[in-house]
Design a protein around this ligand. Sequence first.
Ligand code: FPP
Length: 251
Amino acid sequence: MFRFPFKKKEIIETAIQVPKHIAIIMDGNGRWAKKRLQPRVMGHKAGMDALQKITKAASNMGVKVLTVYAFSTENWTRPEKEVTFIMNLPVEFYDKYVPDLHANNVKIQMIGEHSRLPEATKTAMANAMQKTKHNTGLILNFALNYGGRDEMTHAVREIAQAVLDSKFNPGEIDEQLIADYLYTNKLPASLRDPDLVIRTSGELRLSNFLPWQTAYSELYFTDIAWPDFDEKALHEAIKEYNRRHRRFGGI
Ligand code: FPP
């Protein structure tokens, strides 16, 4: 059943609009752990638990797509142990959380360059996508080994090849065609661009996350570390989104 999380008074007085596509840079796991005198990886584990809760909260609110930055093309430079730990999270996530998400009609998808992922990670993601592929609710879209510049490089190569194969002329390349060659082409066409980008833990940048798709997104930054980001914090972000006036270049 659809449950609206805001107070009745707020809905009546302000007609809250829920963003259709929310993208999240889940930052601050390491600092969260350090503050608790725990190894950094415990922050990632707590981050995975937070992700499960936020996915369900977003789904209950009627969000259609939740794209989460789980591992960037730059994250391979981290210590090997940390990379291995993060790469194993999808395996744990599949066993611990996918059954519940599946029961909640959540569909799991992925963007990023998957060939470099370890076999176990690829298998866990493939299983999660296969299991949930007929679900019609929120799309939980994992950005895994994702980088915006890598995505564009990949798209340019494919477009150049398509021109060489005489599929279309360079003059026919327009914004729509480029969007069709990005990793987000697996999302429904009207939902590819995030309405709202949330970055936790205080940094004020996008870090190579969806540079094409966020051209007109509203950006929201909070000091809360990702493992502490809860339903209340999500509501705050959506309230702030409702204060913004989206003009898309118009007046
Ligand atoms: C950034 O925090 C976080 C990451 C690079 C990993 C995020 C991954 C998750 C939250 C789990 C995702 C779940 C699955 C199933 C893949 P940071 O380590 O840069 O934090 P810091 O800036 O405090 O060091």
